[in-house]
Design a protein around this ligand. Sequence first.
Ligand code: UDP
Ligand code: MG
Length: 322
Amino acid sequence: MQFSENKKTCLSLIIPVFNEADAVGLFIDKVTKVFEADPFIEIELIFINDGSTDETLGSLLAIQENDSRVKIIDLSRNFGKEAALTAGLDAAKGDAVIPIDVDLQDPPELILEMAAKWKEGYEVVVGRRTNRDSDSWAKRVSANWFYNVHNIMAHPKLPKNVGDFRLMDRCVVETFQQLPESRRFMKGLFAWVGFRTAYVDYTRPERSAGQSKFNGWKLWNFALEGITSFSTSLLRIWTYIGLGVSLVSFAFAMFVVIKVLLYGVDVPGYASIIILVSFLGGLQLVGIGVIGEYLGRTYIESKRRPIYLVRRTYERSGKNGS
Ligand code: UDP
Ligand code: MG
């Protein structure tokens, strides 16, 4: 987009929140401090309440009383961070849009750096973590494994140590909205749309308040979601495994025939048969599981259900409620 020196640019911050009553106030204070220094940037704060069961909505409404920059989209239940981000992207009106976590793990001051790169002509400016010290050992190792496996199997490759925190020009957001799928692995979709991309590095701090919403099992499912969303190699691999096993059993059959012809029939072999049968049985079940996973995805996708449902939108200027 074109920038003129004296015209205000509007940035939309998209903030998904799920049980974050303690974190929202800290977030607003920080963001206000960061942006009060720049008179040419106007911000719009779009909070997506992703089915919180605590006081999050109440806190947001109280903040909105005195802060007209705040818009709240209250989803009808917990749809997950990916769906909440999609709701935010659909509602954002800014010249650039920035998905950001509410827990201050994505430092708001970095947005100014991102905006500077954007003004240089980059359409996407991505926050990249220089280290993962604020993560647990298990999360670091599993994340590393995930990226390696994902990038071998899927296309396009995901840049490492990059999350949803990024600045996107309006033209990118509009392209993004054309993607029709209802199961949305945002990181992958962000990589898929492409565009001219720059990176800004940062160190990820600890959470400002509350607890992480992503435990081991949720992360495992998230990883599966990522790989199955962007790769069919898990399906194809069974052709090769099947071929390999058939070749080995053919060679084994030849060996047995020759052995019988030379030395006669040999009765022992019970253990090896059981091992082979159970091994192949297991292998087949895994294969069926993988096919089931993809079939399930096709099934869910074919229903064309909406990605999220809004209970109500709270906006200060103009219409209130929807
Ligand atoms: N979040 C959400 N819906 C969910 C889970 C998380 O909107 O079902 C939000 C959460 O409130 C936070 C952001 O997503 O603003 C990142 O979550 P979290 O900090 O728990 O993830 P982590 O930083 O541990 O990966
Ligand atoms: Mg966090």
